[in-house]
Design a protein around this ligand. Structure first.
Ligand SMILES: [Zn+2]
Length: 339
């Protein structure tokens, strides 16, 4: 429950910002999100599984976005493993960026971005090597008026190039940076066939072309080295939410900019082989890749949000419940967002 409390606290700030954008029932649902949770627990309380909760499902909700990111990370790492194993593919991690824009221009910039991505993937050379991809749009914002130590360290190259130091006015104050993270599936032979291989300089060139912006200086491309036991950074980058909490809930104005630019937009996109395998995942055809849970659940823990904290009650399962829950336990993970 300790993990939920800070998100629940943040949710109070979020609701004050989002209220004007939603209908009354939606506001109530947003505000009461995860106010009730029931967990299955082991005897020693060392393992818990959420059995049921009231989730609002809103993409700007701090709790729902956190949980969606966790689920997407699991799903993505299984897709990567399955495609690698069943289709003998390898992966490339590509990050496409463009210069920062103002809040007013953000929505139009994202539209331009999406169009450019489509045309990039229609290029003959790209089409030929890409067997499928999964991509995620992310937007960050810079809300520091002056350059702080922390900001300087993060964007040192940028400041050095402009002769700026800590304490100077930040030229990127109040701007937004949309960028896209993409995992591409390619044939193993891609890395050894010079006629197929696309270098970083070529990606940059094509991206500039598609964006019709020669001032773009960066494209990051690397081979993904998958570690079977841990989720790769690429997976985590794609799974995480499109705007980090410290940006999204920075202030009401910033929130409104994110809200208008990101609402109703498809943020996570599966294509080609990734689309096919995502469907298989949803149908349970990739369950053999899932971690199995051999814990024995003996208790039910109820958590009710009351006066800014969760009140918990624990009771032992009845013999009938014990049988029912331990039979279903493996499937509960999927049920955990059901309202
Ligand atoms: Zn929620």
């Amino acid at each position: 429950m300790e993990k939920y409390k800070p998100k629940k606290d943040l949710s109070r700030k979020a609701v004050s910002y989002i209220e004007k954008h939603l209908s009354l029932p939606s506001v109530v649902r947003f505000e009461s999100c995860h106010s009730f949770m029931r967990f299955l627990t082991t005897e020693k309380l060392d393992k818990t599984r959420l059995e049921i909760t009231n989730a609002c499902g809103n993409r700007f909700c701090p709790i729902c976005t956190w949980k969606t990111a966790k689920k997407d990370a699991i799903k993505l790492s299984i897709l990567l493993e399955a495609i690698k194993y069943q289709e003998s593919k390898e992966y490339i991690f590509l990050t496409l960026t463009s210069p920062n824009v103002t809040g007013e221009d953000l929505k139009a910039e994202i539209d331009k971005f999406n169009k450019a991505i489509k045309s990039l993937f229609r290029r003959k050379k790209v089409e030929k090597i890409v067997q499928g991809y999964v991509r995620k749009l992310e937007v960050t914002t810079d809300q520091e008026k002056v350059i702080t130590d922390e900001l300087y360290q993060r964007k040192e190259n940028y400041f050095v190039k402009r002769g700026l130091k800590v304490g100077d006015a930040n030229p990127q104050y109040g701007t937004y940076n949309p960028h896209v993270h993409i995992i591409l599936a390619v044939n193993k032979s891609y890395f050894n066939k010079p006629e197929q291989y696309i270098s970083q300089a070529e990606w940059l060139d094509m991206w500039r072309d598609c964006m019709k912006d020669p001032s773009i200086t960066q494209v990051d491309v690397r081979k993904i080295r998958q570690n079977q036991n841990s989720k790769s950074n690429a997976v985590l980058e794609i799974a995480k939410y499109s705007a980090k909490g410290s940006d999204l809930y920075h202030s009401e104005t910033v929130f409104d900019t994110f809200y208008t630019s990101l609402k109703k937009r498809q943020l996570l996109v599966y294509s080609g082989m990734f689309k096919d395998y995502a469907k298989m995942y949803e149908c349970g055809e990739l369950d053999s890749y899932k971690e199995t849970d051999d814990a024995v659940y003996t208790h039910l823990l109820r958590s009710l949000w009351n006066n800014s904290k969760y009140e918990n009650t624990l009771r032992e399962l009845t013999p009938e419940e014990f049988e029912r829950y331990n039979e279903r336990a493996l499937k509960i993970e999927e049920l955990d967002e059901v309202e």
